[in-house]
Design a protein around this ligand. Sequence first.
Ligand code: ATP
Length: 235
Amino acid sequence: MLEISDIVVRYGRREVIHDLSLTVAEGEAVTLVGSNGAGKTTTLKTISGMLRPVSGTISFDGQRIDRMEPHDIIALGVVQVPEGRLLFPDMTVYEHIELGAARARTDGLTFAQRVEWVHDLFPILLERRDQKAGTMSGGQQQMLAIARGLMANPRCLMLDEPSLGLAPIMVDLLEDTIRSLNETGMTVLLVEQRVDLALRLAKRGYVLETGKVVLEDAAASLLNDPRVKTAYLGI
Ligand code: ATP
């Protein structure tokens, strides 16, 4: 479904992604793990069209997307929930939900059906419909960020550090939500500092170091890989 071949990405003259390739099959949950600065966020931003690779290609369903504008990539169903949530503190919960639908893919569920869907997934967002996003807890804000992403009607949902700063109970809820989205057919590409969580949720994983894939395997194998255990699981 998503195929990234040999992309090179630079910030100014500094190359931070070097010939990176990865694939995500339809319905799969795949994770990118790696330490701070390894290039995970940069990779997601490049897929979303916020950054352009200087070389290499990115295809979605066989169509090149690496020269497309971000809103056109969203309309194809490739949607990123950004790190740090990036909500508007003075906008209400429902305004964010509406905003998420602005560039949505037009086939699939209707707007009203999607509103119902995200409220079923996160009932608190219906309860807090008119509350300003900035006044909500970190966990509620993360739910809203995911709901906003889901309102775009994604086929491939990319999540950047969704567990960051959340209380343990919210992390559990988040894990259940991502798993159930994937089990109902949504393709997931997950970037997560919590490598244990990431490898429980994903079927396959890529380990990135300084802008390169250094290891790629089934999630269960990576969980048992001594290199992963030492570097990322603290075992
Ligand atoms: P983190 O978990 O810290 O977000 P990451 O694996 O997502 O790490 P990136 O944020 O993609 O890593 O960063 C990759 C490299 O690019 C790092 O060396 C970082 O310092 C650099 N970098 C990131 N954003 C910019 C930017 N806007 N301008 C210049 N360099 C950047």
